[in-house]
Design a protein around this ligand. Sequence first.
Ligand SMILES: [Zn+2]
Length: 339
Amino acid sequence: MHASAGPVVVGLDVGGTSTNATLLDASGQFLIDRMVETPSCVLQGPEAALDALAGSVEQVLSLTGTDAAAVRAVGLDTPGPASADGVISSRGATNFSLPAWYGFDIRGALEARLGLPVVYNNDGNAAALYAHVVHFGADAFARSSISAIVGTGLGGGVIESGQVVKGATGTAGELGHVHIPLDGLLADGQQVPKCNCGFSGDVESVASLTGIVKNLLPYWLTRFDGHELAAVPIDKAARLVRSYGERGDPLARAIFEQQAMALGRLFTIAANFTDPHAFFVGGGVVETVPEFRDWFLGKVREHTVLRREQSETVTFSLVPDLDMAGARGAALAAQALHP
Ligand SMILES: [Zn+2]
């Protein structure tokens, strides 16, 4: 923890169970170097959640000995779907399932509660912005990137000239629901995977934990007769696949190669669409031992088809500090608007 004499912005990464908070000073230095989590109280509805967020702000200020008067703005992120300015979907969202959340303007409500400007991003976009700024530093505003973060679903974001591309309704960068070609990706007899969004054969249907549970693991168990994971309930087995992958298990590597191929095909589309300077990969699949992480990133690169000019300039890298990337990216977005 560090103290700052000058102006600061707060970053709040709100999840279904907890909020992680951080503090950023005017020189671009984060004053918090670890997770600072408090219960998000999201499941108890908006009132309780807003009280909890105000408490999270107080906590980071007190931990760093920062005066409340030094706070210029607050960066807020939540899981989607929500509008570009932080109105939760009118149909609710996985983590905002109480009817009181439907169509709720969480950004505006927090702004009123705190009496400070609040800048909103969804969690994937906030993490993408953080990866971009860490990677490019002083050149961030002159560079573009695409981040894909493999978790329960597939999140991420599109950054252009250092800015999050949000789109007309806030749903730009929903990379998980981009359709990819499946020729040569699916193995013999493997069904076309279905996504929770209703699409078949989009990126998330393959490159997510949900994709492993619903399609990849059930299929590959039929190809590796007698595999130990066949005896484990599927939800639990899916979470174990990575540890098998780290040990070089052929079934696990087949699953992760399909996921890497799906990301490579997504990046191939992106290369022809916005021609970014960098591709970042994050999530559990790369929060692992170096050998496996490098193997996975190498496979993503191998399956990304680039023009020669692109392959000479583009970089493939990791989303750093993934647990803290959301809060830090939210803070960076707030600072950009309220320097
Ligand atoms: Zn989908």
